[in-house]
Design a protein around this ligand. Structure first.
Ligand code: MRU
Length: 368
């Protein structure tokens, strides 16, 4: 997608790379929307910090960054011991996104089967493929989701606009390009369907207010930022035609683990008869897990993300303030699980299916 008119991916090989081997570059998402800053990843440690400190985030981009992290590790030391240590270090960075494990397993298998002197080139080739595959997957999710939006637009008699509510950021910033939840929105916008997005701010890290709003604005998509508690009200008043969110991990039974607050939106959608869809790249499916509530560990992050907030002051500097009383405890659960029964459909790269084991295994029989 474009930033100030220039096409970008969220991760790419630095211009000074030689024969496809070199540093990777990313957009530092902690600086958005106030500053657009790119960062070079030279070492395994740089990739670890980028994922752990959320310079990059979103399940698919975490996977692609981990793949490049393995390349950077092999650049430093191509031994099996170093590959195994890099795998463990990268795996410990973020617990929820299953793409992280998927990408690391893929890279480790390839590297351990490749002779030492060919590992570096093989690693970079595979990381580039993982990034390209993610772009193709997300574009395909966009095309399948476009058909759903088109359908709603026609049912509305092509009157007004299609209002979509989304939570967190599952746009191109969360993937390598296009996004998952936002890919259908970009496709619809590009196809000339009048579309408007309600972007939940998504406390505590505000991925909706800072990232979703920023990238929709860059692409010229009409949007409104709302605080997290507004969705139910909007749905009660017919102001939402459909919800589309992303997912960090989906069980084989169709339960969806996504940014905290997604579950409440799905409950409100269910109560108001609003279709609730989830954009789902297949590497996000955890085929080893069935019951999301019982089996998916929920990432708990630093309580400071709850007690403090950052923002732009009138004099143009970014500053952080404390918003709670000094003695108050804060809890920071980062994800929740939306049970499959509340999900209208999963929009995958192979089409839209029911959120169930039958639905998913019908589309991905080789995995079932
Ligand atoms: O903690 P984050 O910002 O990595 O969480 C991201 C989300 O919850 C996204 O909605 C999810 O990764 C889907 S990304 C396509």
């Amino acid at each position: 997608m474009k930033v100030s008119g220039k096409p970008y991916r969220t991760i790419w090989l630095a211009e000074d790379a030689v024969e496809g081997i070199g540093a990777a570059e990313i957009i530092d998402q902690t600086k958005l929307p106030h500053q657009f800053v790119t960062v070079r990843l030279e070492t395994l440690d740089d990739a670890v910090v980028a994922i752990r400190d959320m310079l990059v985030r979103g399940a698919p981009l975490i996977g692609a960054t981990a793949a490049y992290g393995m390349c950077l590790a092999v650049r430093q030391d191509a031994s099996e011991a170093a590959i195994s240590a890099a795998y463990d270090t990268l795996y410990a960075t973020r617990p929820t996104a299953v793409n992280l494990r998927w990408a690391l397993d893929d890279m480790r298998e390839l590297l351990t089967q490749t002779p030492g002197d060919r590992r570096l080139a093989a690693a970079y080739r595979r990381a580039a493929e993982i990034a390209d595959e993610d772009v193709a997957i997300c574009e395909s999710i966009g095309n399948h989701g476009l058909a759903l939006i088109q359908d709603i637009w026609e049912k509305k008699g092509k009157d007004g606009r299609v209002n979509v509510l989304t939570h967190c950021n599952a746009g191109w910033l969360a993937t390598v390009d296009w996004g998952t939840a936002l890919a259908p929105i970009y496709k619809a916008h590009d196809a000339g369907i009048p579309i408007h997005v309600w972007a939940d701010e998504t406390r505590p890290r505000n991925q909706g207010a800072s990232l979703t709003a920023w990238e929709l604005g860059q692409h010229g998509v009409d949007h409104t930022v709302v605080v997290d508690n507004v969705g139910g009200h909007l749905m009660q008043h017919g102001m939402v035609d459909m919800c589309i969110t992303g997912t960090d991990r989906t069980t084989r039974a169709g339960d969806v683990c996504n940014k905290i607050g997604t579950y409440l939106k799905a409950l409100a959608a269910h109560d108001n008869g609003v279709p609730f869809y989830v954009g789902l790249p297949s590497p996000t499916i955890d085929w080893t897990v069935s019951d999301g509530i019982a089996e998916i560990p929920i990432e708990e992050r630093d309580p400071k993300e709850v007690t403090r907030m950052a923002g732009l002051t009138d004099d143009g500097t970014v500053t952080e303030v404390t918003i709670t009383p000094a003695g108050s405890a804060a809890a920071n659960y980062a994800f929740d699980v939306t049970p499959a029964r509340l999900v209208t459909g999963l929009i995958t790269e192979r089409g839209v299916c029911e959120a169930s084991e039958v639905g998913l295994s019908g589309l991905f029989p080789e995995m079932a």
